[in-house]
Design a protein around this ligand. Structure first.
Ligand code: FAD
Ligand code: SF4
Ligand code: SF4
Ligand code: SF4
Length: 370
């Protein structure tokens, strides 16, 4: 019997409305040079372009975060204890940290820790660059390759909406035309920043040894409760629903709710907290079928939840992640708050609570589908 292939993804994932549009299947299609599948519309799942050329190899089906074919294998490879480690995955300790570089701190989403770690890796030549995400408007997104501090500062901050990081890697990998344009980078080692769905696919590829995942040196994972879909109509509705002008949004944060920092003529700035429960009309449908809040397959996870303003919650996980975290702390790249056991327990409880809420949302969503 031939392995399940892209047609099965269409039947089992796309048609159920649970495709995360992560681009993983497209980026890592074994026959990418023939353009067999593509993400044609940023708001829709990938489609067949050249079905006749499909090798029916099953790679796309295997690596899709929504098929969960590789879950057990990944937990073994990446030193996880299996599903028993849910809901927040493997960890030894949880920290609340801040970048010591004033620029990363100023422009960071929370404590500017993610970008300051990437910058450290670049400066020490431990990586050639990183796939990050940049924005030029609230809720807009674009994956980008950065290899300098100025590039990182420019791309700082959280962009909601999904960022097709994996497709961006495709552009840098060896089997597409676009690699020609990027030859001057000559990169060997990359960091990648991503949400749990994005990193899941990367881990699958690393586990299967599929090019170009060998170039990914470190996976920096962001917490993620949900992401949003905004077309023009949704933007108008959002502005009306919350009495907000998108053009006035200065900063977006996301912890246990959505936090918008707005320009306000009378008061200068004001903060608006929007609970996730009020955002049901804007959530990407696929996020309802996702149950990983803390990015359990990353080398280090980062979020805002549990930490004070301008601090990032950090969960080092793998051996590689723990080593890097200790190094950046020792070298003064980041500093961590001294937390007593009561504060740590509180942080952990908040993170577990949010993770359980996400798991429950998925269970309810899947029940509705069946
Ligand atoms: C879609 C999304 C949902 C999130 N949901 C939560 C949540 O529910 N609760 C919570 O506590 N934290 C959440 N986070 C994480 C939080 O917003 C911060 O990213 C995290 O705390 C790191 O902060 P920092 O200041 O250390 O990072 P910074 O130093 O500011 O670096 C942030 C890095 O993230 C990259 N990035 C930004 N947006 C994206 C994106 N869409 N896809 C991939 N990379 C991106 C940037 O390019 C940058 O490299 C979410 C992040 C995203 C992107
Ligand atoms: S060639 Fe393989 S990876 Fe590409 S679409 Fe077909 S089954 Fe999927
Ligand atoms: S979730 Fe990602 S890998 Fe799965 S079908 Fe959708 S785009 Fe492809
Ligand atoms: S909730 Fe899940 S599917 Fe949605 S963006 Fe976050 S990690 Fe991806």
């Amino acid at each position: 019997m031939s392995p399940k292939n892209f047609q099965d993804l269409i039947n089992e994932v796309h048609n159920k409305g649970i495709c995360q549009e992560c681009g993983g299947c497209v980026s890592f299609c074994s026959s990418a040079e023939y353009d067999i599948i593509a993400l044609k519309d940023p708001y829709s799942p990938p489609v067949y372009i050249n079905k006749d050329q499909c090798l029916e190899c099953g790679i796309c089906y295997h690596i899709c975060p929504q098929t969960h074919v590789m879950d057990d294998e990944l937990f073994k490879t990446f030193q996880f204890k299996g599903f028993s480690s849910m809901p927040i995955g493997n960890y030894i300790n949880i920290y609340s940290c801040q970048a010591t570089d004033p620029k990363f701190l100023k422009y960071g989403t929370d404590g500017g820790v993610v970008n300051s770690i990437i910058n450290y890796l670049i400066e020490k030549k431990l990586i050639d660059g990183s796939i990050v995400s940049r924005t030029d408007a609230p809720f807009s997104r674009e994956a980008a390759f950065v290899d300098s501090k100025s590039g990182l500062i420019k791309t700082s901050g959280t962009k909601l909406e999904v960022s097709p990081q994996l497709s961006e890697i495709q552009k840098f990998c060896t089997y597409t035309d676009s690699i020609q344009k990027l030859n001057h980078y000559k990169f060997k080692k990359l960091a990648i920043v991503g949400t749990p769905c994005q990193l899941y696919t990367i881990r699958c590829m690393q586990d299967l040894g599929v090019t170009p995942s060998q170039n990914i040196e470190i996976c920096l994972g962001l917490f993620c409760f949900e992401n949003f879909l905004f077309d023009r109509m949704q933007i108008d509705k959002f502005e009306k629903d919350f009495n907000i002008k998108l053009e006035n949004i200065k900063k977006i944060n996301i912890k246990e709710d959505l936090i918008l920092k707005l320009k306000d003529n009378s008061a200068g700035e004001r903060l608006v907290h929007i609970p996730f429960s009020h955002l049901d009309d804007y959530i990407r449908p696929a996020c309802n079928a996702c149950d990983d809040f803390t990015n359990i397959l990353s080398d280090i996870s980062f979020g805002g939840l549990g930490s004070p303003d301008k601090f990032t919650t950090v969960i080092p996980r793998t051996e590689k992640g723990i080593k890097l975290f200790n190094k950046v702390q020792d070298e003064g790249i980041i500093k961590c708050l001294e937390l007593d056991s009561a504060k740590k327990l509180h942080m952990k409880e908040l993170i577990i609570h949010m993770s359980q809420q996400k798991i429950k949302r998925k269970e309810d969503f899947i029940k509705k589908l069946t």
